[in-house]
Ligand binder design. Structure first.
Ligand code: AMP
Length: 219
């Protein structure tokens, strides 16, 4: 795998839940030293720590239901996470047109270098999400078929038992997919028109997808 890139990289990873964008974001973040900003992780952390409590109560309602957290709340969290980072991977943001426009206003027109779109079928998503496991401590994502931990159901890094995310239940997955199609799919055209879109077929191996992305973002 290629590593070490010195130039700035401001990337958006776009795709339905379970398309593997989080896994690729973790890998690229680690290998290139680029901060990985996952709005889903930010919200899960707020809920887990229950801090700030008022925010945790609001966010929990939406996440539990598989619905989008209101745009103003998400954007405040994203701005805090971005800090002054020159490079970043935004994973799970933006998720609708209004969020994309807020981001464009914030960075100006040349803010984003590339948008990686992870294309995958609904059937594959349901299979993937229901076989996904995560470490409750470090957040590392596994899959019981394709990305197994070294020891059954135990995190390679923390040595503790893996869990199934609450919103990975089949009924919630279906709702999240519906929200994705209605709210997030229009972003594909939005970024295509801006000539930023790179489409990757997400039903490939983790390594092939990684190499495909890297060869396209390293010029
Ligand atoms: P994810 O792990 O990216 O699938 O996100 C989990 C949940 O967090 C989503 O189902 C939403 O409830 C919430 N969430 C994450 N990112 C966003 C976003 N950009 N806008 C609104 N809600 C979000």
């Amino acid at each position: 795998m290629k590593k070490n890139k010195k130039e700035e990289m401001r990337l958006i990873f776009l795709g339905p839940p379970g398309s593997g964008k989080g896994t690729q974001a973790q890998l690229i973040s680690k290998n290139f030293g680029i901060p990985h900003i996952s709005t889903g992780d930010i919200f899960r952390n707020i809920i887990k720590t229950n801090k700030p409590k008022k925010l945790a109560d609001i966010v929990n309602k939406y996440v539990k239901e598989g619905l989008l957290v209101p745009d103003d709340i998400v954007f405040e969290c994203v701005k805090t996470a971005l800090k002054n980072n020159k490079s970043f991977i935004l994973d799970g943001y933006p998720r609708n047109l209004n969020q994309a426009e807020l981001l464009d206003k914030y960075f100006g027109n040349n803010g984003i270098n590339k948008v990686i779109y992870f294309k995958v079928t609904d059937k594959e998503i349901i299979k993937r999400l229901s076989s996904r496991r995560v470490c409750p401590k470090c957040g590392k994502v596994y899959n019981i078929y394709t990305l197994k931990p070294k020891k059954d159901n135990i995190c390679d890094i923390c040595g503790i038992k893996l869990i199934i995310r609450e919103d990975d239940k089949v009924s919630t997955i279906k709702k999240r997919l519906k929200v994705y199609k209605k709210e997030t799919l229009p972003l594909i055209d939005y970024y295509k028109k801006k000539n930023l879109l790179l489409e990757v077929k997400a039903n490939d191996t983790v390594e092939n997808i990684y190499n495909n992305i890297v060869s396209n973002i390293i010029k």
